[in-house]
Write a protein of this length. Structure first.
Length: 205
């Protein structure tokens, strides 16, 4: 059975949250929609998709489901962010209802306005991808022309899961404990080959 999920992105003002919730509930009642869940986040210091609970929406919503928001700006902090997100949902077959804009985006419906908007949003998204790729290539080419070495310097060590236990590993090695025993009995995570590589590259013995 298709589900309806409401997404509320708010400031730290509780009144703002209450207003959004009431607006969504009124719309759902008038249009016979049953909301199964409200996903709410605060605007303050939230930036990544994980923190904005976008990944949670992606996991929860299935083709044919409906995402309900009060306005487009609730979906992101920038126009590009909003357009990209809408395009992802639409391509997954998820219907988006934006209450204040009286907008329903649903590619399964034979609605000229909706289909036109979806096409434009997809076009803008692709244009943004191309522009970002072009800017990246141009920046790399400029650095290369200036003789700036690209990538990490030779010999740079990557961060490792063993870094937090480095002192403990060193102490056990000095006591004569084998890497295999350290991996299987003391750390109980990672792999023996991974630990051996860590010990070798950092010259721990």
């Amino acid at each position: 059975m298709n589900q309806v999920i409401a997404y509320l992105r708010t400031s730290t003002d509780k009144q703002d949250l209450n207003n959004q919730r009431l607006e969504i509930l009124d719309y759902a009642r008038l249009h016979g929609l049953t909301i199964v869940d409200f996903i709410t986040i605060s605007m303050s210091s939230r930036q990544t998709p994980h923190e904005r609970r976008i990944d949670e929406l992606m996991e929860r919503l299935l083709p044919g489901d409906t995402l309900l928001v009060t306005e487009l700006s609730r979906l992101g902090r920038s126009t590009g962010q909003v357009i990209t997100l809408i395009d992802r949902f639409v391509q997954l077959g998820i219907r988006i209802i934006v209450i204040k804009h009286n907008l329903i985006l649903d590619r399964t419906q034979d609605d000229l306005q909706s289909l036109t908007l979806i096409t434009l949003l997809s076009l803008f998204t692709e244009m943004e991808r191309i522009m970002i790729s072009r800017r990246t290539k141009e920046a790399l080419a400029a650095k290369k022309a200036l003789g700036i070495s690209l990538g990490k310097p030779k010999g740079t060590l990557q961060a490792s899961i063993y870094d937090t236990d480095r002192q403990r590993i060193v102490e056990l090695l000095h006591l004569g404990v084998s890497a295999r025993h350290i991996s299987t009995h003391h750390l109980q995570y990672g792999s023996i080959s991974g630990l051996n590589s860590y010990i070798k590259t950092r010259h721990l013995r």
